[in-house]
Design a protein around this ligand. Sequence first.
Ligand code: HPA
Length: 272
Amino acid sequence: MYNKLLNCLDCVRRRTDFVPKVALVLGSGLGDYAETLKVEYELPYGEIEGFPVSTVPGHAGKFIFGYVDEVPVACMKGRVHYYEGYPISDVVLPVRLMKLMGAEILFLTNAAGGVNTSFHGGDLMMIKDHISVFAPNPLIGPNIDALGTRFPDMSNVYDKQLQALIVKTAKENDIFLQEGVYAQLTGPSFESPAEIRMLRMLGCDAVGMSTVAEAIAANHMGMRICGISCICNLAAGMTATPLSHKEVQEAADTAAPRFKKLVTETVRAMGK
Ligand code: HPA
C-alpha cells in the first residue's frame, strides 16, 4: 500500500511541483467549484498509475491544483466511494497523496441525508464529529509507520480552530449553518427508515457514504481536518417521497452557490 502511494506521488511529481496548503474534496454539487479557482495544473486521476478512478455519474475525477486568492489548493473533483468496490485503502489513497504533496489542511465536503428532524433539504451542516462504525476502518491492516501511529487518538478529528473559522465565515456571509454528527454507511442503497431511526437514537444528524474514512486516514497522518455536508434530502422515512440520486443532485445544485461561497471564504481565511 505504501509503495503504491509513493508511486502515485512519483507520478504526480513528474508532472507538477505544486505544493498545496489545503486539500479540498468536492462532494456532489461542488463539482464545478474548480471554475472559481485560479488553475495551475489539472491532472485526471486516470493518468496517475494505480490511482482509483470513480465510476459514478457526476463523479468523473481529476485533481485541480490552483489558488483561492493566494492559498494553494489541491482540489479533488470527484472521489471514489467504497460501494464502487474499491478496497477502503484505495478510497483514502487520494487524501494520503495530497498530504504527501504538502497539504496541511483537509477540507471535506459531501452530499448527505438529514437525520436530525430540525434539518431541511438544502441546509449546510458543519461536521463536528463522526460515527465510523458502520463502514470499514481504513487503517485496518499492517500499520504504515511512516504515515502515523498504530492507535491514533480520535478525540479531536475536526479541528476546533477550523470549526470556529467556518462558523465565523458563515456568519459574516449570512449563510445559515447547521452543526452536527455525520455517520458514514457503505451504501450504495440508501438507508431504511428503521436504520434512520437507529442513527438518530445514536446521535447522528446526517448520513452519507463518504468522508469519515478519509477523515480517519488524514487524522492518522496528522492533518488538520474540517468538513461541511450539504443536506440534500431528509433521510428515508422522514418524508413521503422515495429517495433518488437525481433528487440528491438537484438539491446539491440548488445549494451550490451558498456552499461555494462558504468554502471559498473559509479557504481564503485559512491563508491568513
Ligand atoms: N443517505 C445516504 N447518503 C446520502 C443521502 C441519504 O439520504 N443523501 C445524500 N447522500
